[in-house]
Design a protein around this ligand. Structure first.
Ligand code: MLT
Ligand code: ZN
Length: 455
């Protein structure tokens, strides 16, 4: 197999050293065995096609790899697979100003696309803490969300075209940058969020937005979890928000300690809301702030006076994932409809207090779009394996609540390996059966990221 891979990628395009396999065979999850047999680095679509054909003929499996920032094990290779890293397919190919579409390869780093858009006087609004490493291809494969979803939507909303190599080695161009295209099934949307199980994205056409007006960031101290939604409603009644995020005091403490930062407020609060809005709306935002103080939902607040201060406030939220990483957290990335959030929060709070009494639970997330991140932190005296198993065993109780409220067990991180065994809490047997059938159409030999999403 290695010889055939070298024929396609040449010697320096195939890595087999144990240390390289350990790097490219995984993502940010730390709970799975990492055991690929090789890593390859295609530079063009033809090489991906040749690889997929070879894998079909020889019977080996492929795992796609982008910026390796995934949190559900979607890019983990545990069983002798060949990892396909897209980091050398990282060219921005062209920008059409009339169409406002940028065409790029899948290994372009999110931040590079954001900067490219900025250079062109435009804006790519999908943003998250891992933008500096994550790839566009991975974002599309997981339909990444992030911190601006309430205003700008998810990755899906910005993809106007996709070039994909399917599991049979066919190359298909989906939608070709069209805004209107009513010619039957939109296969583009099948590949978005398919986690590399149907085909590998090699190129994308991404729509850009006009540059936003100057933004302002406010951080508010909140004592009760259930006040967060009332605060959101108060602000949203008067102005258009770009973000409404929250985090708990534990999350804040971890970031302050990890990044050696100062507390944003002098008061102690159980929760914090981070709100971003158009700076020109300051008077309306200050009025809403006063209202939330008068109603006792907010104890204190701080507002950015400069872009640097706005970035500093954002870092309190964006630094959470890396600050808690040493605790190898068990990640729950769940969502319900916004109207279900208050009831859901109190249900979850009860389960957490009952079932995780000896674990620290770190709450944060994009509460403005109904997405909560509930991270269970591993105590130092429990091994990763034991901790993962215990959290996994408790998960169904949490997922029951989600099912009951019609929510999702994976809002934006994907199913991967972490949520695979729980898929039925969010998808019906009929839906899962259709997903299996679709998989067999695009990937009849089950060589494309096998075992992810579906067992
Ligand atoms: C975030 O919202 O910061 C990301 O989804 C990452 C995470 O949940 O850890
Ligand atoms: Zn998130």
């Amino acid at each position: 197999m290695i010889e055939s891979l070298v024929n396609i990628f040449s010697k320096d395009g195939v890595l087999t050293d144990r240390s390289d396999l350990a790097i490219w065979g995984t993502d940010w999850t730390r709970s799975y065995k990492v055991a690929p047999s090789a890593v390859v680095f295609p530079k063009k679509t033809e090489e991906v096609v040749a690889l997929v054909r070879l894998a079909n003929e020889s019977g080996f499996c492929l795992v796609p790899s982008g910026g390796r920032t995934g949190l559900s094990g979607g890019a983990v290779a545990s069983d002798g697979e060949v990892v396909v890293s897209f980091e050398k397919m990282n060219r921005i190919l062209d920008f059409n100003r009339t169409d406002q579409i940028v065409r790029c390869e899948s290994g372009v780093v999110t931040q590079a696309l954001q900067e490219y858009a900025d250079d062109k006087g435009m804006y790519y609004p999908v943003d998250f803490a891992s933008s500096g490493s994550s790839h566009i291809g991975g974002n599309i494969a997981t339909n990444a969300g992030g911190i601006k979803v309430i205003r700008y939507g998810l990755t899906r909303d910005w993809v106007l075209g996709l070039k994909v190599v399917t599991g049979t080695g066919d190359v298909i161009d989906c939608n070709r940058g069209l805004i209107k295209n009513a010619t039957g099934y939109d296969l583009r949307h099948l590949f978005i969020g398919s986690e590399g199980t149907l085909g590998f994205i090699v190129e994308a056409e991404i729509r850009l937005a006009p540059k936003p007006v100057p933004q302002r960031v406010m951080v508010l101290g909140v004592n009760e979890l259930h006040s967060l939604l009332s605060i959101l409603e108060t602000f949203q009644a008067e102005l258009t928000l770009s973000a409404f995020e929250f985090f708990s005091d534990l999350a804040l403490a971890k970031v302050l300690n990890h990044r050696s930062l100062q507390k944003p407020l002098s008061s102690e609060n159980s929760f914090y809301a981070l709100i971003e809005y158009d700076a020109k709306d300051d008077p309306i935002a200050f009025e809403a702030f006063q209202k939330t103080i008068d109603l006792g939902w907010v104890s204190d607040g701080v507002v950015s006076q400069s872009d640097a201060q706005a970035a500093a406030l954002w870092s309190l939220r964006e630094g959470i994932t890396e600050s808690i990483a040493p605790h190898t957290p068990y990640k729950n990335d769940v969502s319900v409809r916004i109207s279900e959030v208050p009831g859901f929060l109190s249900d979850v709070d009860q389960v957490v207090n009952r079932r995780y009494p000896e674990f620290d639970v770190c709450w944060f997330g994009h509460i403005g779009d109904g997405n909560l991140h509930l991270n269970i932190l591993r105590p130092d005296n429990i091994s990763s394996e034991e901790f993962y198993r215990r959290c996994h065993d408790i998960s169904p109780e949490l997922f029951d609540l989600i099912q009951h409220r019609g929510g999702s067990i994976s809002a934006e991180h994907g199913v991967g390996l972490l949520k695979r065994d729980f898929l039925s809490f969010s998808r019906s047997p009929a839906e899962i059966e259709i997903m299996r059938k679709l998989k067999s159409v695009f990937d009849p030999n089950n060589i494309m990221n096998p075992g992810k999403i579906l067992r």
